[in-house]
Write a protein that binds this ligand. Structure first.
Ligand code: APR
Length: 231
């Protein structure tokens, strides 16, 4: 029974209407990373940062999972071996399509974090700047998002699973941000078969055994069908 590890990025949610980061009109063309996705930016202007994530939270809430999300949930339900999705995305479209075995390595829009005591709670639709932590009371509520310069979540569990992977697939990610961009090398070291599913080859595309290029709503269901035929 094969273990499948799937890394997803912003591209899997693009056809649900959510912006990616590095497209010409993407999020990083509209906002400076240092202003809205670093601890220093948050310390400098918390109102600007919570407004950025409040907008993304409301866009994600209005979005619907697409055929790629549903195909991965079907794979998890029907594949005889383990399926783990590691997502860089902070939307909840994987959960809403039925995926259960999921790691948000960059955090989640629907979660809030206390910068003082690390308490987590469900994020309000609209988070206020300097809101009090419901646990310690300090005015240090922040989006539970991993910013640049911070350590991604659950790395031990991710690397342990990669060491057991028989198949590793990256979907909708440009391969520009580590440690996620290094997962293909980890999986290959473990002897996994590696596949990149994307609109075009990513920055680490040459490290994959194979590629399936095209929109995720077409390529991912086709790939899932091919995998389920194997088992
Ligand atoms: N189907 C498949 N792939 C797509 C689609 C689509 N419909 N639309 C876009 N893509 C691909 C693009 O070709 C690109 O390679 O998705 C990728 C998106 O790349 P990025 O915008 O860089 O997003 P991502 O790789 O998820 O970024 C990684 O960077 O800024 C940080 O924390 C942020 O998690 C994010 C990380």
């Amino acid at each position: 029974m094969s273990t499948i590890v799937i890394l997803t990025g912003a591209g899997i949610s693009a056809e649900s209407g959510l912006e990616t980061f590095r497209a010409e009109t993407g999020l990083w063309a509209q906002h400076r990373v240092e202003d809205v996705a670093t601890p220093e930016g948050f310390a400098r202007d918390p109102a600007l940062v919570v407004a950025f994530y409040n907008k993304r939270r409301s866009q994600a809430a209005a979005a619907l999972p697409n055929a790629a999300h549903y195909a991965l949930a079907r794979l998890e339900a029907e594949h005889s071996g383990d399926v783990l999705i590691v997502t860089q995305n902070v939307d909840d479209l994987h959960e809403r399509s039925g995926t259960k075995n999921l790691i948000h390595m960059h955090g989640a829009l629907n979660s809030a974090l206390c910068g003082a005591c690390d308490h987590r709670w469900p994020a309000p639709a609209v988070m206020a700047a300097n809101a009090p932590c419901p646990s310690c009371g300090a005015p240090t509520a922040r989006p539970d998002i991993v910013w640049f310069g911070e350590m991604p979540y659950h790395m031990d569990q991710i690397f342990e699973t990669l060491s057991r992977a028989d198949i590793f697939v990256a979907i909708g990610t440009s391969g520009n941000v580590y440690p996620a961009a290094g997962f293909v090398a980890e999986a290959a070291r473990a002897g996994a078969e590696t596949l990149e599913i994307n609109l075009e080859p990513s920055s680490v595309g040459s490290q994959f055994d194979d590629a399936l290029l095209g929109p995720a709503t077409q390529t991912v269901p086709a790939w899932v069908d091919s995998i389920l035929k194997r088992t």
